[in-house]
Design a protein around this ligand. Structure first.
Ligand SMILES: NC(=O)c1ccc[n+]([C@@H]2O[C@H](COP(=O)([O-])OP(=O)(O)OC[C@H]3O[C@@H](n4cnc5c(N)ncnc54)[C@H](OP(=O)(O)O)[C@@H]3O)[C@@H](O)[C@H]2O)c1
Length: 241
């Protein structure tokens, strides 16, 4: 059965833990219907037992091209439109110096942060087009800012080449998507969610995933009223690409 067109519906990836899990908690509490992408059936059962039927798990690995069809079918079976897509799933990298950098690892990071986001956008676009104020958020990072890296602003943190390159490329995905969709009413944001104490968190992390999710969820509607594109730290400042 399809849901009421007025119900707010969000698709969030990487909901098994960290920022994605806390975003799921926030949107469920706000009464949204939440489709959550995660990789394990056990994780799906665990999250379903906490949130109940407002949460609809989609068990896929975003590195697989088959994820496009699986996500599309899961969405279409339960909703007529999608208000918000949050491409949050991510992996970290190792090797902070050029000599330690593994190109096969960099390909993995691009597959998740860039191609994984593209696969979700491909799956979700027909339903986003049917929503009232649709929004795509690609969860980026301050480390994807070429401006910050080249000016030395991030020299104090050990960062892999892979995560810096994958997030910079994902920012280009956001800019390109915005230009292609301009005029359709679909907003596109690249969002640094804060320095969060999660598995992917950096040594200078200063907030919990719960704090970061609350900050994001209260910030997004206001920025959505003002802008259709941008690179922001949620609840803080606009960033320079
Ligand atoms: N933590 C920070 O300070 C920080 C700062 C800036 C940006 N970010 C970004 O925020 C996002 C969330 O990160 P986090 O800090 O919450 O990290 P996290 O706790 O490590 O969570 C990452 C999530 O991504 C999922 N994932 C990884 N590969 C996947 C794949 N191939 N298919 C589907 N799901 C996959 C993981 O699922 P599994 O449980 O199956 O591995 C997990 O749910 C990432 O994009 C990260 O780059 C984080």
């Amino acid at each position: 059965m399809c849901v009421d067109m007025k119900e707010q519906v969000v698709l969030i990836t990487g909901v098994s833990r960290g920022f994605g899990l806390e975003l799921t908690r926030e949107y469920c509490q706000l009464g949204w219907r939440v489709f959550g992408v995660l990789r394990s059936k056990e994780g799906a059962t665990r999250i379903l037992s906490e949130f109940g039927e407002v949460f609809i798990p989609i068990v896929v690995d975003l590195r697989d091209d088959s994820a496009v069809k699986d996500i599309r079918l899961s969405l279409e079976a339960k909703t007529d439109s999608l208000s918000l897509l949050i491409n949050n799933a991510g992996i970290g990298g190792t090797g902070h110096h050029i000599e330690d950098t593994s190109c096969s690892e960099i390909k993995e990071l691009f597959d998740v942060h860039c191609c994984g986001a593209i696969r979700c956008i491909q799956a979700a676009l027909p339903l986003l087009r049917k929503a009232e104020r649709p929004t795509v958020v690609n969860v980026s990072s301050r480390v994807g800012s070429i401006n910050k890296v080249s000016s030395g602003n991030l020299d104090h943190i050990p960062l892999s080449y892979g995560i810096r390159m994958a997030k910079a490329a994902q920012n280009m995905l956001s800019a390109s998507l915005y230009r292609e969709l301009k005029g359709t009413g679909i907003a596109v944001f690249a969002v640094h969610p804060g320095k969060i104490r999660t598995r992917m968190g950096s040594p200078d992390a200063d907030m919990s995933a719960e704090q970061a999710a609350k900050r994001f969820v209260s910030w997004l509607p206001d920025i959505r009223l003002e802008r259709e594109f941008g690179y922001f730290e949620s609840g803080a400042e606009e960033l320079v690409f």
